[in-house]
Design a binder for this molecule. Structure first.
Ligand SMILES: C[S@@+](CC[C@H](N)C(=O)[O-])C[C@H]1O[C@@H](n2cnc3c(N)ncnc32)[C@H](O)[C@@H]1O
Length: 237
C-alpha cells in the first residue's frame, strides 16, 4: 500500500467525524450529532461532495457519507473539519451490511451518487439499486423516505427504472439528462469527482428519485429480474 494511503488511514483514525465499522451505533446517531435532526445518507460517497454540499445547504439536517474506501473518505472528512461543518460525518463500512448500523426508521433520506455501475449482468446483484440493497435500505429508512440516484451510466439508470417498475416503487422524478432541464434545483447541481470524469462517456447525467412501497416483493422476484436482465442487457466488454 502506498505511503499516502497509510498516512490517510492513520489520520482518519483520529478524526472525530469518521467512524469505521463502529459497534452499537444503531439508534445512536442523534446522540452522535448532538441533536435529533433528520439524517440523510450519501452512499458510495467517495470524497463526499454530496455530504458536504447538502450539509452546507441544510444546517438543520445531519449528513453521513458512507463508503468503504478510507483514503477517499479522508478527503471529505478533512474538509468538513476545516469548514467546521458539524452536521457532516463519514461512516466507513461495506454497504452490503448497512442495516446493522441504523435502527429502523433512523434514516430520513438516501442519496446514491455515481455508484459503480457493475455493467456485467452477472454482477447486477452488486448494483446499489438492486432489490437486494433496496431491502436493506427499507429496514433503516423512515416510511416514505426518498432515495435519489445520480449516475452517468445509462445502464444503471435503465436498470433502476426497471427495478422501480417491477418492485412497485413510486418514481417521483426522473431524467436521463439532468443539465438539459430548464430548471435544475440546487441539490442536483452539486458536482462530484466522478461526475467530472464522465467515465461512461455518455456526457449526460441521469437522475431518479423514488420511494419504496410499504413492502417490497420477496426474493422470488429477483430470479425473474435476473432472467430479464440477461435477455435485455447488451453484453458489456
Ligand atoms: C465511482 S465511485 C463514486 C464516488 C463519489 N460518489 C463520486 O461521485 O465521486 C464509487 C464509490 O462507491 C464505493 N462503493 C462501491 N460499492 C460499495 C459497497 N458495497 N460498500 C461501500 N462502498 C462501496 C467505492 O469505494 C467508491 O468510492
Amino acid at each position: 500500500m502506498g505511503h499516502k494511503k497509510l498516512v490517510r488511514f492513520a489520520a482518519i483514525e483520529t478524526f472525530p467525524n469518521v467512524l469505521q465499522y463502529p459497534e452499537g451505533m444503531a439508534g445512536k446517531w442523534a446522540e452522535f450529532f448532538g441533536n435529533g435532526n433528520e439524517l440523510t445518507l450519501e452512499l458510495a460517497c467517495g470524497k463526499g461532495e454530496y455530504t458536504l454540499g447538502l450539509a452546507r445547504m441544510h444546517p438543520q439536517r445531519n449528513f453521513l457519507g458512507v463508503d468503504l474506501k478510507g483514503n477517499r473518505i479522508w478527503a471529505g472528512a478533512r474538509k468538513a473539519i476545516a469548514e467546521g461543518l458539524k452536521n457532516a460525518a463519514f461512516l466507513r463500512i461495506l454497504i452490503d451490511g448497512i442495516e446493522k448500523f441504523f435502527a429502523p426508521g433512523e434514516v430520513g433520506e438516501i442519496w446514491i451518487t455515481f455508484p459503480d455501475p457493475q455493467l456485467r449482468t452477472g454482477k447486477a446483484k452488486k448494483r446499489l439499486t438492486h432489490p437486494r440493497f433496496l431491502r436493506r435500505y427499507q429496514s433503516i429508512l423512515k416510511p416514505g423516505g426518498k432515495i435519489h440516484l445520480k449516475t452517468d451510466s445509462p445502464n444503471l439508470y435503465g436498470f433502476t427504472m426497471k427495478v422501480c417498475a417491477m418492485y412497485g416503487c413510486n418514481v417521483l422524478d426522473s431524467t436521463d439528462d439532468v443539465y438539459a432541464q430548464p430548471q435544475i434545483n440546487d441539490e442536483l447541481q452539486i458536482k462530484t469527482y466522478y461526475e467530472s470524469l464522465d467515465i461512461a462517456g455518455a456526457a449526460r447525467v441521469h437522475y431518479v428519485c423514488f420511494t419504496l412501497p410499504q413492502q417490497l416483493p420477496g426474493t422470488e422476484l429477483d430470479a425473474l429480474l435476473q432472467q430479464q436482465l440477461f435477455e435485455d442487457e447488451q453484453p458489456a466488454g
